[in-house]
Design a protein around this ligand. Structure first.
Ligand SMILES: [Zn+2]
Length: 555
C-alpha cells in the first residue's frame, strides 16, 4: 500500500475520475507504463503521460499530460521508449486454430502465379512418400498473370501419386488433383454431395479440380484428423503469432466445442497470452449457454452460424444474380425457417449469435427475421462480415441494434473482383463501414485471418485508406467509405469490446479497466496514410503483463 500512497503523494492521481466510480486500488506491486505517447480512446482526455496498473491487472489511474517524470524506484517501470500506446487491439473476427495451422502447414499466401503454385507443390512432393497427402492454403488467383483458376490438370503432372488439396485464401474453395478427387470419391458425378459445387468437364462429367463450399467436405475429410497434440500446438502458435503482431485479444470464430477444454488447459498452463472471446460452432450451443470452460481471459457465450458463402467463389447469397454469372445468385446454406428457429433457441438460451452473412439477400434475411421476432439491441447479436447490403437495408442494421462485425482488409482485397461479381450499382452498399456507422450501428473490426493476414496495421490502414496495399484504388471503390482515424481505432478497441459485452473491462484506457495495451513504434493517428503499413508492433500488454516485446523477440 505504501507504494500506492507514494504515487498518490506525487500528485499523479490528479486525473482520477469521480471517486464514486473509482474501484479500490489493488494492494501490492504497481506497474507504471510511461515514456511514450498514450492514447486512451476517450474523448475528454485523449492522451495521458502514464498509466498505473495494479497487481490485479487493472488500471488504477492515468496520469495527466502535465505530470512530472517518474523517479520512483518502488514501482516497476515499463518504459515505452518513445512508442505509441493504445487500448489493446482486438481482432473481432479471426480463426485462431487456422492462424496457428497456417504457420505450420504449407502456406501459399502471396503465391504470385499459377506456375509458382505448381512449383511449390512439386517441391513438397519431393519430400513425401507416395500417397502422403499434401495440404496447403492461402492462394488467390486474382493477380496471377495466367488469369484463371488452377485445375487438377495443372497439378497432376507434378503429383501423380500424392493427393494434393490446396484451399483458396477465402476458405470457400479448393483445388485438388485427380488423385485427391478420386480418393474423396467426387471424381465421378455419383459421389457428389449436396451443397456447394464440384466443377466438372463438359462432356466428360469428371471433376476438373475446383471444389466449392460444402462440396469440399469429402475432400477435406482426407486430411487426417489432427491429433489433440497438433491442435494444441496450433492454438499455441496462433496465439504467439498474434500477440507478436500487437493483438491483445481475439473474437475466435467457429470454434469446435471439443476444443473448449483444451483452450482452458492452455490458459491454465500459462500458454495462452491472448484474451479470447469464443464463438462456437452450432455444436457448441449448450456449452455457450452454460459458459463452460471459461477462465479469467477466456469467455464462451457466442455461437457462429452461416447463412451463405463468400463472394470470391460466388457463394454469397444475392437478391439479384451475379453480374458475371447470371445463372446463379449464390448459395443458401441456411434457410429462413431454420434461421428463425435458431434465433428463438439462442434468445431462450441467452446466447449471442454471430451470423455469417455476405450477400445482400443473406443480410436481408437476418434483418427480416430479427425484426419479425421483435428482437432489439440488448441481444447484441452480430452480423459477421455484413459485406453487401441493399442501401435501404443499411439503416435497418442500426435501427435494430445489430452489430456489424466487418473486416476492412476484405474490402481492399475483394474490390479487385467485386465490380465484376456485383456490377457498379451494388457496390454502393458493399463494405460500407461509414454508412453502417451512420446508421447508428456499432461496427467491430476484424481480419478474418487466416483468410487474410491478420495484422492490426493492415486492418487499420484498410479502414482509413480504403486502398490496396500499394495504394491502388479503382472505379467502384467508394473512397467516401474510408474512416477517420478515431473511428478506425474504435473498430478494434471500444467497439470490439462492446461486441463482446466487455465494455466495462476493455476498449479504453481508464481507471478500473483491464490493462490491455498495444504499443506501436509510431503514431497511427497522425502519420501519413502510406506510412501506417511500415509501422511495427513493439509491445503487447494483457492484464498488465507484457506478453510480448520486440527487443526480447529479436534478441
Ligand atoms: Zn471467418
Amino acid at each position: 500500500m505504501r507504494t500506492f500512497l507514494t504515487i498518490a503523494a506525487l500528485g499523479l492521481l490528479a486525473a482520477c475520475h469521480d471517486p464514486a466510480t473509482q474501484k479500490t486500488p489493488a494492494q501490492g506491486k504497481v506497474t507504471v507504463f510511461t515514456g511514450g505517447t498514450i492514447y486512451t480512446g476517450l474523448a475528454d482526455q485523449p492522451k495521458v503521460n502514464a498509466v498505473i496498473v495494479g497487481e490485479d491487472g487493472r488500471i488504477i489511474a492515468t496520469a495527466p499530460p502535465t505530470s512530472e517524470d517518474w523517479s520512483e524506484d518502488e514501482v516497476t517501470m515499463v518504459d515505452l521508449d518513445g512508442g505509441v500506446m493504445f487500448p489493446g487491439f482486438t481482432d473481432a473476427h479471426a480463426h485462431l486454430l487456422g492462424i496457428g495451422q497456417r504457420e505450420i502447414m504449407l502456406s501459399l499466401e502471396g503465391t504470385p502465379s499459377l506456375e509458382s503454385l505448381v512449383s511449390r507443390v512439386s517441391d513438397e512432393v519431393a519430400g513425401k512418400v507416395p500417397g502422403e497427402i499434401i495440404f496447403g492454403r492461402g492462394w488467390i488467383e486474382t493477380d496471377w498473370p495466367e488469369d484463371r483458376m488452377p485445375s487438377a490438370a495443372d497439378l497432376d503432372p507434378v503429383s501423380p501419386a500424392n493427393p494434393v488439396i490446396l484451399m483458396r485464401a477465402d476458405g470457400h474453395a479448393l483445388v485438388a488433383n485427380t488423385a485427391a478427387l478420386k480418393a474423396a470419391d467426387v471424381y465421378d458425378i455419383a459421389g457428389d454431395s449436396d451443397g456447394g459445387r464440384v466443377e466438372r468437364g463438359k462432356g466428360t462429367g469428371k471433376a476438373t479440380g475446383m471444389v466449392i463450399d460444402e462440396a469440399m467436405y469429402p475432400v477435406l475429410q482426407l486430411v487426417a484428423e489432427p491429433s489433440d497434440t497438433d491442435i494444441r500446438k496450433a492454438y499455441e502458435i496462433g496465439a504467439k503469432t498474434y500477440v507478436a503482431r500487437g493483438w491483445t485479444g481475439t473474437h475466435n470464430m467457429s470454434v469446435d466445442r471439443n476444443h473448449a477444454a483444451l483452450l482452458k488447459a492452455l490458459d491454465d498452463e500459462g500458454l495462452m497470452p491472448l484474451r479470447l472471446y469464443n464463438a462456437y460452432d452450432e455444436n457448441g450451443f449448450y456449452l455457450a449457454k452454460k459458459h463452460q470452460y471459461e477462465t479469467d481471459t477466456i469467455q464462451n457465450r457466442a455461437v457462429k452460424i452461416y447463412i451463405d458463402g463468400a463472394l470470391g467463389s460466388r457463394g454469397a447469397l444475392l437478391i439479384q444474380p451475379y453480374s458475371d454469372r447470371p445463372d446463379t445468385n449464390g448459395l443458401e446454406i441456411l434457410d429462413e425457417n431454420v434461421l428463425h428457429n435458431l434465433m428463438m433457441d439462442a434468445k431462450e438460451d441467452e446466447i449471442q449469435l454471430a451470423i455469417h452473412a455476405i450477400g445482400d439477400l443473406a443480410n436481408r434475411r437476418i434483418l427480416d427475421t430479427y425484426e419479425e421476432l421483435g428482437y432489439g439491441p440488448e441481444l447484441r447479436w452480430r452480423i459477421e462480415h455484413a459485406q453487401i447490403l441493399a442501401p435501404e437495408d443499411i439503416a435497418r442494421v442500426g435501427q435494430l441494434g445489430l452489430i456489424a462485425s466487418m473486416q476492412p482488409s476484405h474490402a481492399i482485397g475483394d474490390l479487385k473482383f467485386a465490380p465484376a461479381r456485383l456490377g457498379m450499382d451494388r457496390l454502393g452498399g458493399a463494405y460500407a463501414w461509414k454508412s453502417m456507422l451512420g446508421s447508428g450501428a456499432v461496427v467491430a473490426g476484424g481480419s478474418d485471418a487466416p483468410v487474410e493476414v491478420g495484422s492490426p496495421l493492415i486492418e487499420f490502414y484498410a479502414a482509413v485508406a480504403r486502398k490496396g496495399l500499394n495504394g491502388e484504388t479503382g472505379e467502384g471503390w467508394h473512397p467516401e467509405q474510408a474512416l477517420a482515424r478515431e473511428q478506425a481505432l474504435a473498430l478494434f478497441t471500444s467497439s470490439a469490446a462492446y461486441a463482446a459485452f466487455q465494455e466495462d473491462d476493455l476498449g479504453t484506457i481508464e481507471p478500473g479497466k483491464l490493462a490491455d495495451f498495444t504499443v506501436f513504434d509510431r503514431d497511427l493517428m497522425t502519420i501519413p496514410e502510406d506510412e501506417i503499413l511500415e509501422a511495427k508492433a513493439v509491445m503487447t500488454i494483457v492484464g498488465g503483463n507484457v506478453v510480448w516485446r520486440q527487443s526480447a523477440a529479436s534478441e
